[in-house]
Design a protein. Structure first.
Length: 370
């Protein structure tokens, strides 16, 4: 048997609580590892990885303890190549188009998730905006293969950077995001003190997610006594520029700030919600609204191409800056809450994975062509 093709991965995106980008990368490398013996995945990291990185077929190489104090982005740029080169990786898979210096292999595959730096720069942290403006275009030019997470992202990448996407790979939705029995959902959520009814949103607390619009619409409907019984559940890690959010929430018993919630509970929260709202200013795809739909819950999302793509054109699409439109969409969907969506009408996770064989062959061709 021929030696497997070694694919090196920067573990920075797989540390701590996984964001949508982290889940995308993890599901991708899990799929590659489990479905093709030609590949060996090697993840290098300077800090402990998420508990979700538990595939024993994936090799994890951890830097010396002294590097744990280095910010992951700095470590990735300046130090990760030492471990990657020592492992003699054939390909480097960049989960967010960010490349290390001093990397020996020229076989680079870059995943592009969004064009935040062009479309919504004001919503990015200063460090991320600076590094993206300095390195994104240069790093992208080094890639031999570009993967985009949606056709919308691919179109914007070509428009703003004149770079065509080689393969569009939608995020693989975990199989446990599905419709569950009502009694099972009630029992699970009651055990963690979740009261019904509720409206749900899932997003890191940062400006791009437009959580202030959600809160303002919810509070306005409460003042008008149009949703007297509903709570609003905010699920997601604390981000940046969230002071205004905290001020609005302060003292409100009907807004439940839950923080990060893992996959063991999230399917139940989606199933139990009357509606799911996601008024993001911009997304490269939109994993949470897709998960909500697959759990049978109706979604209200911003009317942008990428979110229509993520929700199979089966959501309610709004201009999130128009509070009256947002409020009316919430009321309309609550009044028809018995009309749950049917996930059977959508692509399944297995069908989404049909995109991946093409990618695997392209990975292999990079090495075999040399």
């Amino acid at each position: 048997m021929k030696k497997p093709i070694k694919i090196g991965v920067d573990g920075r995106l797989l540390q701590g609580n996984l964001t949508g980008v982290g889940k995308y990368v993890l599901n991708l490398i899990n799929y590659m590892t489990n479905h093709d013996e030609r590949f060996a995945i090697i993840v290098v990291t300077n800090r402990a990885l998420s508990e979700q990185v538990n595939n024993r077929k994936i090799k994890i190489v951890t830097a010396q303890k002294k590097y744990a104090k280095v910010k992951p982005m700095i470590w990735s740029r300046f130090f990760s190549s030492k471990l990657l080169n020592k492992q003699n990786v054939d390909i480097f898979l960049s989960g967010d188009s960010f490349l290390p210096y001093f990397l020996k292999t020229k076989n680079i595959i870059s995943v592009v998730h969004d064009i935040n730096q062009i479309l919504v720069p004001e919503t990015m942290s200063m460090l991320r905006l600076l590094t993206t403006k300095l390195f994104f275009k240069k790093d992208l030019a080094k890639a031999r293969l570009i993967v985009s997470n949606s056709f919308g992202t691919a179109a914007k990448l070509e428009r703003y950077y004149n770079r065509k996407t080689d393969v569009v790979i939608y995020p693989i939705t975990d199989k446990w995001y599905k419709k569950l029995g009502e009694e099972e959902v009630v029992d699970k959520l009651s055990a963690i003190n979740i009261n019904f009814p509720y409206i749900l949103t899932v997003a890191t607390e940062e400006p791009r997610k437009n959580l202030l619009k959600t809160l303002n619409a919810f509070i306005a409907l409460k003042k008008e006594n149009k949703i007297p019984l509903h709570n609003l559940l905010l699920v997601g890690s604390k981000g940046w520029k969230s002071k205004s959010l905290e001020q609005l929430i302060a003292g409100r018993s009907d807004v439940i700030r839950m923080g990060y919630i893992g996959d063991a509970v999230m399917p139940y929260l989606y199933n139990g919600a009357d509606i799911f709202v996601f008024p993001s200013k911009y997304e490269g795809f939109g994993i949470p609204p897709r998960e909500a739909l697959l759990c049978g819950t109706k979604v209200i999302v911003s009317d942008i191409p990428e979110l229509r793509e993520a929700t199979y054109n089966e959501g309610t699409y709004i201009n999130a800056d128009d509070e009256e439109e947002f409020k009316n969409a919430i009321l309309h969907n609550l009044n028809e809450k018995h009309k749950k969506v049917d996930p059977a009408n959508f692509f399944t996770s297995d069908q989404l994975e049909n995109f991946l064989p093409c990618l695997k062959d392209r990975f292999a061709s990079l090495v075999l062509a040399n």
